[in-house]
Design a protein around this ligand. Structure first.
Ligand code: PLP
Length: 404
C-alpha cells in the first residue's frame, strides 16, 4: 500500500488553496506536480554543478557531464533499454515523434507509402506525420476505436499491405484511459516487417515499461508527466534504426568534424542531440524516475486502480453521466459528460470549488469526432491523490450538475 499521507508531504503545492478551498488536483494527465527532491535537484544543479557538458576539461564540466550521462543510464534501466546509446534526450514526447517522423520518414518513406495511426492519438502523434506529407506523399491509415474505447484489432490487421511502412500508436490514451495491447500491436506489425513507435506519454507514469520485452522500435515519453521537469523528454530507439537515420537538427554536440565542404556526425546518441542539452533537466528527470521507483510502480498502479474504480462507481451514480472509455485495460483517467451540460461550464464551476480538472478536446479532435462530441471533462489521478479527494470532487460535481 502506498503511504499517500507521507507522499503528499513531498509535494508542497498540494497543500495550497484556490479560491479559499483546498486544492484537489485532478489534472495529472496534462502534467504532474513535482516532489521536493526533483525541485531540489534543479536548484542544486544550478547552485553547485552548473557547467556546459561534454568537451569541457574543467572540474565542473566533468561533474555536470557525469550527472547528465548517469541520467541517461537511469532512463535506460527504467525502461529496460539495451544500451544508453539508444536513449536520446528531447524536449518531450512531441519533439521525439517529430524527430522520428522527419528523420525516419524523410529517409525511408517513398510516395505512396502508408503509416498506420489510431483514432485515439494525441495531435502530437498525428500532425508530425501530416507535416511529413509535405515532403513525401504518404497515406495515413487509421485504426478505428470501438465503442468501449478499445482499438479494433481486426481492422488493424486488415490495414497492412505491401505499402505499409510504419505504425505509430499510443500505449495509453490520454482521453479514454485505454491501455492498448502494444505487445500484440508490435508483434502483428513485425510479422509484416513494419517498425512501430509507441507514444508512452501517458503510460510511463503508471505502468512498468520494458521496451525490449515489448520489442518496440521506438518508445517516447515526457518527463513532466512523470513528476519531472517540463521541457525534457525521451526518445528510445533501437540502435539498428537510429544508426541508419539521418540527424534531425544540426549544430553543436551532433557533429564529429565540420568543414564547409563536408561534415560528419557524432556517434549515438549525440547524433540526435544538437545544441546544448538540458543537462539540469535530465538529472531532474533521473531524480523523478528514482522517486517513482522508490514508491514502486506496482504499488502506484494498485493505488491508482483503486482510485479509478472508486471514482467510476461514484460518478456513474450521477444521473445522466456518461463515461467515454470503458476498456478492460484502463489507466487512471476518466473522461465524461453529464447530459447536455457544456464540459467547459462544469470545469469552470468545479474550479471555483477547488477541483482542478481538464475540459475540452484534450488534443484529440479526431477521437472527439468519433464519439460525436466536442469535448469532455477529464479527471486524471496520480500517486498522491486520495479517496477523500474523490469524495470532494464527486460532491462538487453533484453541486455543479444541480445548478443546471
Ligand atoms: N501523447 C500523449 C498521449 C499525450 O497525452 C501528450 C500530452 O498530453 C502528448 C503526446 C504530448 O506530450 P508533450 O506535450 O509533453 O510533448
Amino acid at each position: 500500500m502506498l503511504n499517500t499521507e507521507q507522499i503528499r508531504k513531498d509535494f508542497p503545492i498540494l497543500s495550497r488553496t484556490v479560491y479559499g478551498k483546498p486544492l484537489v488536483y485532478l489534472d495529472n494527465a496534462a502534467t504532474t506536480q513535482k516532489p521536493v527532491c526533483v525541485v531540489d535537484k534543479i536548484t542544486e544543479g544550478y547552485y553547485h554543478t552548473n557547467a556546459n557538458v561534454h568537451r569541457g576539461v574543467h572540474f565542473l564540466s566533468q561533474e555536470a557531464t557525469d550527472a547528465h550521462e548517469a541520467a541517461r543510464r537511469k532512463v535506460q534501466t527504467f525502461i529496460h533499454a539495451a544500451s544508453p546509446a539508444e536513449i536520446i534526450f528531447t524536449r518531450g514526447t512531441t519533439e521525439a515523434i517529430n524527430l522520428v517522423a522527419s528523420s525516419f520518414g524523410g529517409a525511408f518513406f517513398e510516395d505512396g507509402d502508408e503509416v498506420i495511426l489510431s483514432e485515439m492519438e494525441h495531435h502530437a502523434n498525428i500532425v508530425p506525420w501530416q507535416l511529413l506529407q509535405h515532403r513525401r506523399k504518404i497515406k495515413l491509415r487509421v485504426i478505428p476505436v470501438l465503442e468501449n474505447g478499445e482499438l479494433d484489432m481486426e481492422a488493424y490487421r486488415s490495414l497492412f499491405n505491401e505499402r505499409t511502412r510504419f505504425v505509430s500508436v499510443c500505449h495509453m490514451s490520454n482521453v479514454l484511459g485505454t491501455v492498448n495491447p502494444v505487445k500484440e500491436l508490435v508483434g502483428i506489425a513485425h510479422r509484416h516487417q513494419v517498425p512501430v513507435l509507441i507514444d508512452g506519454a501517458q503510460s510511463v507514469p503508471h505502468l512498468p515499461v520494458d521496451v525490449q520485452s515489448l520489442d518496440a522500435d521506438f518508445y517516447v515519453f515526457s518527463a513532466h508527466k512523470i513528476y519531472g521537469p517540463t521541457g525534457i523528454g525521451v526518445l528510445y530507439g533501437k540502435e539498428k534504426w537510429l544508426g541508419q537515420m539521418p540527424p534531425y537538427q544540426g549544430g553543436g554536440e551532433m557533429i564529429a568534424h565540420v568543414s564547409f565542404e563536408h561534415t560528419t556526425y557524432n556517434e549515438l546518441p549525440y547524433k540526435f542531440e544538437a545544441g546544448t542539452p538540458d543537462y539540469i533537466g535530465t538529472t531532474a528527470l533521473a531524480e523523478a524516475l528514482g522517486y517513482v521507483s522508490a514508491a514502486g510502480l506496482s504499488r502506484i498502479a494498485e493505488h491508482e486502480q483503486f482510485l479509478l474504480r472508486y471514482a467510476t462507481e461514484q460518478l456513474l451514480a450521477i444521473d445522466g453521466l456518461r463515461i467515454y472509455g470503458t476498456a478492460r485495460e484502463k489507466g487512471a483517467v476518466i473522461s465524461f459528460n453529464v447530459k447536455d451540460i457544456h464540459h467547459y461550464d462544469m470545469g469552470m464551476l468545479l474550479d471555483k470549488l477547488g477541483v482542478a480538472v481538464r475540459t475540452g478536446h484534450h488534443c484529440a479532435q479526431p477521437l472527439m469526432r468519433r464519439f460525436g462530441i466536442e469535448g469532455t471533462v477529464r479527471a486524471s489521478f496520480a500517486l498522491y491523490n486520495t479517496q477523500e479527494e474523490i469524495d470532494v470532487f464527486v460532491a462538487a460535481l453533484k453541486r455543479v450538475v444541480a445548478m443546471f
